[in-house]
Design a protein around this ligand. Sequence first.
Ligand SMILES: Nc1ncnc2c1ncn2[C@@H]1O[C@H](COP(=O)(O)OP(=O)(O)O)[C@@H](O)[C@H]1O
Ligand SMILES: O=P(O)(O)O[C@H]1O[C@H](CO)[C@@H](O[C@H]2O[C@H](CO)[C@@H](O)[C@H](O)[C@H]2O)[C@H](O)[C@H]1O
Length: 449
Amino acid sequence: MSAVIPVIAEWMARQRWYQAKGAEPALSVVASLDGGVPGVRVTVFLLLDEAPAEPLLYQVPVVFRPTELPESRNALIGEVDGRFLYDGPHDPAYVGLLVRTIADGGRLEGSGAQAVGEPAIDPGTPRSSRVFSGEQSNTSIVVDVEGGPLPQLIAKVFRLVHHGENPDVTLQSGISAAGSDRVPRSFGVLTGSWPDPGRAEGVAVGHLAAVQEFLAGSEDAWRVALQAAAAGEDFSERARALGEAVAEVHETLASVFPTVRTTQAEIDAAVAVMRSRLTTATTEAPQLAAHRAAIDAVYARAARASWPALQRIHGDLHLGQVLWSDRRGWILIDFEGEPLRTMAERTRPDMALRDVAGMLRSFDYVAGSLGQDGGDTAAVGSWATTGRRAFSAGYGTRSGIDLDAHRDVLDAFELDKAVYETLYEARNRPAWVGIPLAAVERLVGSSTA
Ligand SMILES: Nc1ncnc2c1ncn2[C@@H]1O[C@H](COP(=O)(O)OP(=O)(O)O)[C@@H](O)[C@H]1O
Ligand SMILES: O=P(O)(O)O[C@H]1O[C@H](CO)[C@@H](O[C@H]2O[C@H](CO)[C@@H](O)[C@H](O)[C@H]2O)[C@H](O)[C@H]1O
């Protein structure tokens, strides 16, 4: 084991999902869960990384093979004592074990730790699989299955794990179980428990992976919108339908999970969070400093307004979190919330207008990214304004919420999102930081959509 961890650490530092970019992982094994697959060993490591100031717990499934797996060359973690270590999601042995453990309500066990499958629908038997490529914070695997209700599923392996609910699991499965087809159908979940000396019970319990319907042939709304905007196509109908879909999901969430009447204390707490993230963002993106007073004034106006009730929401809604299916229309995915917010914040009832604001910002991002790529700024800007209006109209009609009556609150959430995006871009895509910064300037200058 001692030789294995440094090899994993060296490989992990190069992965997209590794958070402490540029740092050398400082790993210790919290637990390892073993699965029996003939001929190979599958071990799911839970590794604590103490490289960042706040240690993070990663899930790293590894398949130990006696010989090389030629088709998974890119997924080779390294070679230790004559055994070849592969990143589990790229290896059929791990994928088969994961899907069947969930489907059978099975169990993986290790020292002081275990993982239990919680099936929802029997998916059938995995035949082949491939890891979904793209910029992802988790690892999604498309699995071809036989003998189940659908030919393909997607298994999402959470790379960062933590005690307590993962909203991506609870919200999606709650909406799916309520009979809504605005999210992919849930097939089941793998929940783990591992030693955690920091907790009174000494044990942490959290979600490790989930399996859901794969929407084959679907297209991500970000790409659909970019193409439409670049071609100058009218997007009003689709934007309106998207507003209706988001309102429908909010309605389902409010019927399945508790809602909370918004008191002045809740409003003050929400505005305090906006202010504190403005402080953090200003440290890393000093361009925000010049707008601090004006941003504060928008937040102060929101604090005096009346707010709708709080409820569970998507939490990080943007066009990249929506798929278009010719058969089903708009489908929302990835309910994990904003990666830069604490899990406690992401799992509390929140303001549905936060999601509306997120989507309004995303229309602006379409114009911003095309403008950056040399597009006609006026034309794409007007495309985005039309899209924002149609989205708001669809949302308002379906939800019965008059967005104009909540303008001060919506403006504050849009500004808060633009501040978040400024921080996100400064950390991850500095070349894009001008897009949210321009929005901050616009939003403090005027308060209309
Ligand atoms: N059920 C699904 N059907 C088809 N594609 C999906 C499905 N779920 C996710 N995807 C695709 O995988 C990508 C990443 O999924 P997502 O849940 O957003 O992962 P992450 O949390 O890593 O960002 C999405 O942008 C989408 O293109
Ligand atoms: O999808 P994630 O959960 O990883 O969300 C994070 O990354 C997003 C970028 O991929 C980021 O979204 C921002 O860029 C999008 C275009 O790429 C744009 O549509 C969004 O409106 C904008 O916020 C998201 O904020 C971040 O949490």
